[in-house]
Design a protein around this ligand. Structure first.
Ligand SMILES: NC(=O)c1ccc[n+]([C@@H]2O[C@H](COP(=O)([O-])OP(=O)(O)OC[C@H]3O[C@@H](n4cnc5c(N)ncnc54)[C@H](OP(=O)(O)O)[C@@H]3O)[C@@H](O)[C@H]2O)c1
Length: 280
């Protein structure tokens, strides 16, 4: 059973719909001070109002962030650090499934930018505060589709070939490799890092797909089912020291063989560091 989170500060990215919205609501119900890290602040205010009326807590805040834009990620982190003295839980939930290859204004392929580079930069910028707030937790929302992904250093951003499901699966494998690499790097600091597949959940993730793909939504589970494993990782006392693991919904599981390639994780870390530079 999750703990009481009174006094805990939690950031949830992508809380304006689907799994992130439900996660934010559940964390607020447990007493946490939740920061809604939203691309669209107007949508964020509406979610905040729902959370406040559903939980009678006024400690939920909205802060703007566009994970596709490193400048916006830096502004978010600077604003957060200027206004908060602790961070107990960072949930990198926001993610996209982009049907076509598009570049951000900074020239990075959007799936890679939002699912990999944005969370990488956000985590790096908030890591000193997570360390000084330890014990603290980082939860990356991955996907079981990582198992069909490949680390393609010559095609990280679909520059050679772009297929949307492959780009998504690859991005989730990248996120998992970075989760394991970060867990190694923060070992002994009291910061834990885990990655979780929330299940196949009926959300806005599939809205951008052609109608032929969207029928699968009817066979999916509710956002509450998807939020449960994330909230458990964020709040369960028995998971306090568990780090560097992958969870398939509520169970710890082995991830794909490719995800345990330490060399690939280190190399990907360096690539992301270069793309996100300067990190400080
Ligand atoms: N649904 C599933 O079956 C499933 C399965 C495995 C993993 N996941 C993962 O679960 C996570 C949550 O997805 P979901 O299914 O709940 O999808 P969703 O309903 O589409 O929610 C995605 C959230 O991410 C936000 N977002 C998108 N682009 C952003 C950006 N550039 N900057 C900041 N925020 C951005 C969206 O904000 P806007 O409202 O502004 O668009 C929204 O709040 C994702 O990482 C997804 O890959 C989902």
């Amino acid at each position: 059973m999750p703990a009481n989170l009174e006094g805990h500060v939690c950031i949830v990215t992508g809380p304006t719909s689907g799994i992130g919205k439900q996660t934010a609501l559940e964390l607020a119900r447990l007493g946490a001070q939740v920061v809604l890290a939203c691309r669209d602040a107007g949508k964020g205010e509406a979610v905040r109002d729902e959370i406040v009326s559903g939980t009678r807590t006024s400690r939920t805040e909205v802060m703007q962030i566009d994970l596709a834009d490193p400048a916006s990620v830096r502004t978010f982190a600077a604003n957060f650090l200027a206004t908060h003295s602790r961070l107990d839980v960072l949930i990198n939930n926001a993610g996209i499934l982009a049907f076509r290859r598009r570049l951000t204004p900074g020239g990075v392929e959007t799936t890679f930018a939002v699912n990999v580079l944005g969370p990488f930069l956000l985590t790096a910028l908030l890591l000193p505060l997570l360390k000084s707030s330890a014990p603290s937790r980082i939860i990356n929302v991955g996907s079981a589709t990582h198992s069909s992904g490949r680390v393609e250093f010559d095609n990280l951003q679909g520059e050679r070939e772009f297929r949307f499901i492959r780009a998504y699966s690859n991005s989730k494998l990248d996120l998992l490799l970075l989760s394991y690499e970060l867990a190694r790097r923060v070992q002994g600091t009291g910061v834990t890092v885990n990655c979780v597949h929330p299940g196949t959940i009926r959300t806005g993730l599939y809205n951008g797909l052609p109608a032929a793909f969207r029928f699968v939504k009817f066979f999916m589970r509710s956002p509450a089912v998807g939020a449960a494993p994330i909230v458990r990782l964020a709040a369960s006392p028995e998971l306090r020291d568990v780090s560097g693991r992958y969870f398939d919904r509520l169970r710890e599981a082995r991830s794909s063989a490719a995800s345990y390639d330490v060399g690939a994780g280190q190399r990907l870390w360096s690539v992301c560091e270069a793309l996100a530079a300067p990190l400080g």
